[in-house]
Design a protein around this ligand. Structure first.
Ligand code: FUB
Length: 342
């Protein structure tokens, strides 16, 4: 991995030693890593980036992914196994293209893979596929989750066993075209263009006991500033763009996400899985490449941030996943990480 990064660096890119951490795998391009610890092993569910003909645009049309591979490792820093194809778009009856950021969950002997894809009408929906093996292969449900829309599902299971699905993404993720839960193909390409109104909210829904359907109509998640006011649409440094993740620390609920066009990973803290959440600060400063997308797990008595950048290729459409330690201050705030060494 380091050799490949060094080769890229030699061809005019950054030197490999300038990065805080190195790509986990270089056999395939990967992004949007959702990590989980099951049976003492770490499993990472990433997007599988491929090179395609579509030019880059603001809608992410250049992210033309068609399948998923699961990564596994016995420990952080140990060898990483790249699994075979875990799910292919051709085996998802309702999906047409763009298998974007997935997540996974486990319940009662079954692993669930949650994934967004565009349907045949060009609307993003969220599907579920199941397997008895965390590496797959997964078998997709014939239809997307009823009432689902937009992208970037993240499933969080609370201590009482109840699971919640967080999702949404503006611009190419189409959240702004689903106000009211119904897809409007003629809606804005970016956001609501209302800088002084509350920003478009990410969504959360309780999952049914079978993990295959929403148990309720998705709710809007409120992200507030330190005065209790909703973050505004014009606040691009802090407002929600995409890449929801939920984790708990010291009994508090941490909702984290990407600010997209300002390229930060940030977090907000609350007392319930539904929020409201109060914005607290940055987790990760901008990486090389337009996007990053993350997950946070505990392993070996420490917390770990999985994220992605474009170190290996130098291209936004061909990313590589990474991991680094995430540290808290005594007051529960997260220490901001710089992905590039000073
Ligand atoms: O990988 C495609 C999209 O880019 C993801 O769904 C977003 O989170 C962003 O990483």
């Amino acid at each position: 991995n380091t050799e490949q990064a060094a080769a890229n660096a030699a061809s005019g890119k950054r030197d490999a030693s300038e990065y805080l951490s190195q790509p986990l795998v270089s056999d395939i391009y990967t992004a949007d890593p959702s990590a989980h610890v099951w049976n003492g092993k770490i499993y990472v569910y990433p997007s599988h980036d491929i090179d395609g003909p579509t030019p880059e645009d603001d809608l992410g049309s250049h992210f033309e992914m068609r399948d998923y591979h699961v990564l596994s490792m016995d420990k952080i820093g140990g060898p990483v196994t790249v699994g075979p194809v875990a799910l292919d778009v051709k085996d998802v009856p309702w999906a047409d293209k763009q298998m974007w950021a997935p997540d996974a969950a486990y319940k009662n002997g079954t692993y669930y893979l949650y994934f967004p894809a565009k349907d045949k009408e060009g609307a993003f929906r969220i599907g579920v596929a199941t397997s008895k093996d965390p590496m797959g292969p997964f078998k997709a449900q014939p239809q997307p989750i009823k009432g689902s829309y937009s992208i970037d599902p993240a499933v969080f299971t609370d201590a009482d066993g109840q699971s919640y699905i967080y999702f949404g993404g503006i611009w190419g993720g189409q959240l702004q075209r689903n106000i009211g839960g119904k897809y409007d193909a003629s809606g804005s390409k970016t956001d609501l263009k209302q800088n002084d109104k509350p920003a478009i909210a990410p969504r959360v829904a309780r999952l049914n006991g079978d993990m295959l359907e929403f148990a309720e109509t998705p709710r809007e998640i409120q992200i507030l500033d330190d005065k209790g006011k909703p973050l505004l649409g014009g606040d691009h440094d802090r407002r929600f763009f995409e890449a929801s993740w939920m984790h708990k620390h010291d009994g508090k609920y941490y909702f984290s996400y990407s600010t997209g066009d300002t390229h930060y990973l940030v977090y907000a803290v609350g007392d319930s899985p539904y929020g409201p959440f109060t914005y607290k600060g940055r987790i990760l400063e901008p990486v090389e490449g337009w996007t990053t997308h993350h997950s946070i797990i505990e392993w070996g008595g420490k917390s770990w941030l999985f994220y992605a950048d474009s170190q290996l290729s130098g291209q936004t459409r061909l990313r590589n996943v990474k991991v680094t330690e995430l540290r808290y201050n005594a007051d529960g705030s997260i220490q901001t990480i710089n992905p590039l060494l000073p």
